[in-house]
Design a binder for this molecule. Structure first.
Ligand code: NAP
Length: 246
């Protein structure tokens, strides 16, 4: 008997990077995983292939979390086929960096739409389902730039700060229904998300981290599963930082 047996877990951005490690940790812990991706079919195929021993325990859906119609149709499937949802991980996220004075308003909007509005649309549907069972765990993957700020990331930082504020508000709204809502805030984690950075930038950013290294996706997944567990029942509205001391 493992911790998440008989639990249904929905994860956005589940086939690459942090989301993939989170999805695989839940599979190893016995959960049924509904994984979302935006359009990278190659990563989805690799995920399916490399997790074939868990084939009966997961399904993948192409679903743009920023599109209300996509999210509504996903949840109508979840309600019809699975009947309930125990855990939601809002992990899907993008960056489109530029200093604010030169930022295209489309890039501002796109980042807000996926990172923040996507988390809102998914959480709205999830709490409606979780309230029926009087149980749930929602975890939003934010970032320390939400409170630190970062040059060239006004859109990203605003979206991540918005996720924190939404988390704290929703946590209060659903606390009596035994639904907890928290954030996990990773520092620099070696994924595709930062693969555009130059060697010089990576080395300069590593020097900012007191532990002098980037984190791993598995280290983030550990903290997500902790907050998603039944034993984390009195933790809500909080932000758990996985930053190596940043
Ligand atoms: P990643 O490797 O770039 O993966 C991003 C994932 O999000 C992909 O699976 C992608 O799907 C999915 N996605 C993007 N837009 C989507 C949309 N509209 N609808 C559904 N899914 C969408 O990024 P990561 O490093 O794992 O980051 C995951 C989360 O951690 C993000 O929220 C990010 O802001 C946060 N974070 C990352 C770091 C870091 O250093 N890596 C630090 C702090 C916070 P496809 O595969 O189909 O493209």
């Amino acid at each position: 008997m493992t911790d998440f047996e008989n639990q249904t877990v929905l994860i956005s951005g589940a086939t690459r990077g942090i989301g993939r490690a989170v999805a695989e940790s839940f599979l190893q812990a016995g959960a049924y995983v509904i994984g979302l991706y935006a359009g990278d079919e190659t990563s989805a195929a690799v995920f399916t292939e490399e997790n074939s021993k868990f084939a009966a325990l997961f399904e993948l859906h192409k679903c743009d979390v920023s599109r209300e119609a996509d999210v509504a149709s996903l949840f109508s499937h979840i309600e019809k086929v699975h009947g309930s949802l125990d855990v939601l991980i809002n992990n899907a996220g993008i960056r489109k960096d530029a200093v604010l004075a030169l930022m295209d308003s489309k890039d501002w909007q796109k980042v807000i739409d996926i990172n923040l509005t996507g988390s809102f649309l998914m959480s709205k549907q999830a709490v409606l389902l979780m309230m029926q069972n009087k149980y749930g765990r929602i975890i939003n993957i934010t970032s320390p730039v939400a409170h630190l700020g970062f040059t060239g990331q006004a859109n990203y930082a605003a979206s991540k700060a918005g996720q924190v504020a939404m988390t704290k508000s929703l946590a209060k709204e659903v606390a009596r229904k035994k639904i907890t809502v928290n954030c996990v805030s990773p520092g620099f984690i070696a994924t595709d998300f930062i693969k555009d950075l130059s060697k010089e930038q990576l080395s300069a950013y590593k020097k900012l981290v007191p532990m002098r290294r980037f984190g791993t996706t598995e280290e983030v997944a550990e903290s997500v599963l902790f907050l998603a567990g039944k034993k984390a029942s009195y933790i809500t509205g909080t932000v758990l930082e996985i930053t190596g001391g940043l």
